[in-house]
Design a protein around this ligand. Structure first.
Ligand code: EPZ
Length: 422
């Protein structure tokens, strides 16, 4: 397993290109199942999760061709040969469950493994099941798999989600595009990845409105046609690299960055003493004084502060001047980065969904271990500000969601290298 070694203490100065959004692409790729015509995705990120989704779609009989070094994906599911998403794929990547809605809509049945728990929480699928059942699917849990059928096809319905689940919104909206009649999804998720998916579905001939609001309306159509769609910029990668100059000092321009993708996060980052300016190519971020200020953070659904940037923000607040309280309201166990940061000298107390961080002058480099995708990158950020060497192990977590992180950061002057493991 590879490791990444970061030697802290160098201010950053440079430009980082922001890739296409992992969490948009993982919903866009299964959309190919809704049509027998080709779907082309441009600005696709080059990540191991995209490879995993590729393998899953190919196991269903879809053709997925990666071109231009992975930047362009040509998908086609003219002849589906299977409707089963196996446990060994789904357990590695929960987003595999996004084939459920499209398979039900296109083929009338699907067998999808429950993802099982993951490091950050139980992550059940009850909201997916409730929404798809409302559309007329019959879904039964048997030997760890959801067995879903829609014998009489799917029928539009009014659905009120208890919680604005991103994945459930995506599954329900994709299924509704081919249902008979109108579907109204209330308390829909509003994340930019949902907006991006709807724009792609509309390009395929779907009749949808309300994306980005809490109510999405879908008029079912008989079939969808092919399309070409550019994946939206990855707001979580963007936010992660916006924190790099805040924690290490200096300034970085994020190419392709857009403030509207991260409204609450940008406000909070500015409160810590960071200047964010819009440029012709994206966003420029610079720390404007010697030390960041402590701030309180509460994760919420979009447009609130994203849970996927909580770990990275905690790394910044470990060296801020004062006491910060972070409240994680989306996942029940998303502070696993805290003990690793404490090994670097951070002063953090975790009680349930709250973490209290008392800023210290300097962190000290140490060997640390990644436990999930966003925790792993928070340890890299902490390493940028730490004295000495930080060795982050198990970086396969990192490769799931970040393209060439060591290249992007070293291009801005960071002392960071990847060491190939056995
Ligand atoms: C998406 O996961 C993202 N993944 C996650 O990013 C992100 O953290 C999450 O949305 C929240 O923004 C992808 O888009 C591939 P949810 P998803 O359904 O759809 C509970 C990353 O690091 N819930 O909005 O699974 C669930 O347990 C990943 O890139 C139910 O209770 O998130 C969680 O507590 C991590 N029942 C909360 O809702 C359900 O049926 C949010 O889940 C579904 C979800």
């Amino acid at each position: 397993m590879d490791s990444i070694i970061v030697t802290g203490g160098t201010e950053l100065d440079g430009r980082i290109p922001i890739a296409g959004a992992k969490n948009a692409c993982l919903a866009l790729m299964p959309a190919t199942l809704l049509s027998d015509e080709p779907l082309t995705l441009t600005n696709a990120p080059r990540l191991s999760d995209i490879k995993t989704m590729t393998l899953l779609l190919q196991s269903l009989g879809a053709e997925v061709t990666s071109m231009q070094g992975g930047r362009v994906l040509a998908l086609s599911s003219h002849d589906l040969t299977s409707h089963r998403a196996d446990y060994d794929i789904v357990r590695k990547m929960r987003a595999s469950n996004l084939v459920l809605g499209p398979l039900l809509a296109r083929a009338g049945h699907a067998v999808v493994s429950l993802p099982g728990g993951c490091a950050i929480g139980a992550r059940p699928m009850d909201l997916h099941i409730e929404g798809l059942t409302a559309l007329g699917a019959e879904i039964e849990l048997r030997d760890g798999y959801l067995h879903a059928v829609a014998p009489r096809g799917l029928k539009g319905a009014v659905i009120e989600q208890r919680f604005a689940s991103v994945g459930a919104t995506e599954n329900i909206v994709m299924a509704a595009t081919l249902a008979k009649g109108t579907t109204v999804l209330r308390n829909a998720a509003r994340e930019p990845e949902i907006v991006d998916l709807v724009q792609c579905l509309r390009a395929m001939g779907a009749r949808i409105e309300g994306e980005g609001t809490t109510e999405i309306r879908v008029e079912g159509v008989d079939r969808l046609h092919g399309a070409t769609h550019a994946v939206v910029a990855d707001r979580i990668e963007l936010g992660t690299y916006m924190i790099a100059p805040a924690i290490a000092g200096g300034s970085v321009e994020l190419i392709g960055g857009r403030r509207d993708l991260l409204p609450a996060f940008c406000e909070k980052l500015e409160e810590t003493g960071v200047e964010i300016t819009e440029t012709n190519s994206g966003l420029k971020v610079a720390r404007v004084n010697g030390r960041s200020h402590a701030v309180d953070v509460k994760t919420e659904v979009f447009p609130g502060f994203p849970t996927d940037l909580q770990a990275q923000m905690m790394a910044l607040l470990c060296t801020a001047d004062g006491v910060s309280v972070l409240e994680e309201t989306i996942f029940e166990n998303r502070f696993m980065h805290a003990p690793e940061l404490m090994r670097m000298g951070a002063n953090i107390e975790v009680h349930g969904g709250h973490a209290t961080v008392t800023g210290v002058d300097r962190l000290r480099g140490a060997p640390v271990m990644a436990t999930d995708l966003r925790a792993s990158v928070s340890l890299i950020l902490a390493g940028l500000a730490a004295e000495g060497e930080t060795v982050v192990n198990r970086v396969y977590h990192l490769d799931r969601g970040y393209e060439r992180v060591e290249e992007k950061l070293s291009a801005c002057g960071a002392r960071i290298e990847r060491v190939k493991g056995e």
